[in-house]
Design a protein around this ligand. Structure first.
Ligand SMILES: [Zn+2]
Length: 392
C-alpha cells in the first residue's frame, strides 16, 4: 500500500542559502502569528471563525501594503503552508490532542514547508524556490528507489543545525500477522509499563543529560545581559536541549517500532495534554512530553505495517479498577504505587494493573467493531484560553 513517509536529513546551507532561509523563517513565523491573532480576535471579539481560505485572501491583501512588502520577497508557498499548519494546530486543539496554538518565537525551532511547485528535484538534488544552487544534503540513508518528494520541510533547531524532511509516497509492506497483543500505560516512575509487566524507559536514562542542562542554565542566568559570554552560554544550553531531544526521539522510535513489530493490537490510553500539564508530578517526569509523540508514532506505524492501535478514552478508570475481579476503588492517589484489592485480595502494581485493563478494554472495543481508526477518540473541546501577546 502506498503510504506517505518522511525522511529527515541534516543539511549544510551556504551563507547565501542561510540568508534566504532566515528571511523565509521570519516571514513564516510572522504569517503564523498574524493569522493566529486574526483567528483569536475574531473568536473573542465577534464569536466568529475565520477559515484558512479567508486568511489566504487576507494575506494576499496584506502583501500589497507597502509596510508588508517584505513578505513578497520570499517564496509564497511556505507562507500558505504556514496557514495550513495553523489550521492543523486548531484541529488538534479542538480534538483535545493539543493546547491552544502558541505564538511562534524566534528562539525556538524555525521551519518552512515547500510543496512540489516550490522546489526542483533533479538528479537526486533539491533546489528550493528563490535559491540558485541545490542544498547540500547528508544522505544518511537513501530515499526509497524511484521515489519523488511531494513536499519538503526545512528547519533550523536551537543549536543552529539545519535539517530537511522529505515527504515521499512509498510502498510499505505489511508485517506478517502476530498473535501477541499489548496494553501500554504511561508510568509514573518509568516511561511506559506494558501489560506483560515490562517496564520501559527509566527516566534516570536522561538524568545525566538533565543535570548537565540545569548546570548550563544556571551559568547562562548568571552572565551579564547582552554580553558575549551570555550568548555563548545560551548556545551551550541550546546544544544540550537539542541533544536531549535527539536522544528522546531516538528512544521513542525504537520503542514504538518494537511494539508494532511484536504485537498485532496495541492498546494505549489517550491522554489529554492539558490535564497532564496541570498535574505537577507528571509534568516533572519527562513522560508527558513524549507520550503524545509516542502515540502518534504508534498511530502511523500501525497504519504502515498493518497493525491496529486502539486508543482508550482517557476517562476509563484503568488504574482504579482491579484487573482480576473488576472491583472499582473510590480513589487511588498518585503516590500509591501498589495496592491490594479489598474484594478479591489480589496485590497489584499500580501501572501493570492499569496496562492490563487498557489491553482488555482495547480488545473489547475492537471486538465490538467500534471505531478504532486513528484519531477516532472523541474528547470534549475545551474553551480556548487567552494566549499571550506575540513577542516577535
Ligand atoms: Zn479484585
Amino acid at each position: 500500500m502506498e503510504q506517505k513517509r518522511a525522511y529527515k536529513y541534516r543539511i549544510y546551507p551556504t551563507n547565501e542559502q542561510k540568508h534566504i532561509l532566515a528571511q523565509t523563517f521570519g516571514c513564516v513565523r510572522f504569517v503564523f502569528n498574524w493569522a493566529l491573532r486574526q483567528k483569536t480576535d475574531a473568536y473573542y471579539k465577534e464569536q466568529k471563525r475565520i477559515y484558512s481560505k479567508d486568511l489566504s485572501e487576507m494575506l494576499t491583501a496584506l502583501k500589497k501594503q507597502d509596510e508588508y512588502a517584505w513578505l513578497a520577497e520570499v517564496s509564497s508557498v511556505p507562507l500558505q503552508q504556514s496557514l495550513r499548519h495553523l489550521d492543523k494546530a486548531f484541529i488538534n486543539f479542538f480534538e483535545g490532542r493539543a493546547e491552544y496554538p502558541h505564538f511562534k518565537k524566534k528562539r525556538n525551532q524555525q521551519s518552512a514547508t515547500y510543496t512540489s511547485n516550490a522546489f526542483v528535484w533533479r538528479d537526486g538534488k533539491i533546489t528550493l524556490a528563490k535559491m540558485n544552487e541545490p542544498l547540500t544534503i547528508r544522505w544518511s540513508r537513501p530515499l526509497p528507489e524511484g521515489s519523488k518528494p511531494s513536499s519538503v520541510t526545512v528547519s533550523k533547531d536551537g543549536a543552529d543545525r539545519y535539517f530537511i524532511s522529505i515527504l515521499v509516497e512509498e510502498d510499505i509492506e505489511h508485517l506478517p500477522p502476530s498473535e501477541q497483543n499489548v496494553g501500554a500505560d504511561l508510568g509514573l516512575k518509568s516511561f511506559v509499563v506494558l501489560s506483560d509487566g515490562e517496564v520501559v524507559g527509566n527516566p534516570k536514562f536522561f538524568h545525566k543529560d538533565e543535570k548537565q542542562l540545569a548546570k548550563a542554565q544556571r551559568r547562562h542566568a548568571k552572565k551579564k545581559k547582552g554580553s558575549k559570554n551570555r550568548d555563548k552560554a545560551r548556545k551551550k544550553v541550546a546544544r544540550l536541549h537539542a541533544r536531549i531531544a535527539d536522544r528522546r526521539r531516538d528512544f521513542l522510535h525504537k520503542l514504538s517500532t518494537r511494539m508494532i513489530r511484536e504485537n498485532q493490537t496495541i492498546c494505549v490510553e489517550s491522554l489529554a495534554v492539558k490535564n497532564m500539564v496541570k498535574n505537577e508530578k507528571l509534568s516533572k517526569a519527562m513522560s508527558y512530553v513524549g507520550w503524545s509523540e509516542f502515540v502518534s508514532q504508534l498511530e502511523y506505524k500501525a497504519e504502515w505495517y498493518g497493525r491496529t492501535l486502539v486508543k482508550i478514552d482517557r476517562w476509563y478508570p484503568s488504574s482504579k479498577r482491579c484487573f482480576d475481579c473488576g472491583h472499582l476503588l473510590d480513589s487511588l492517589t498518585l503516590d500509591v504505587r501498589e495496592w491490594t484489592c479489598p474484594e478479591c485480595g489480589v496485590h497489584h502494581d499500580r501501572d501493570i494493573n492499569a496496562a492490563k485493563n487498557i489491553l482488555a478494554a482495547g480488545l473489547s472495543v475492537q471486538a465490538c467493531g467500534e471505531a478504532v481508526r486513528p484519531g477516532a477518540v472523541k474528547t470534549h473541546p475545551g474553551k480556548p484560553r487567552r494566549s499571550r501577546k506575540p513577542r516577535s
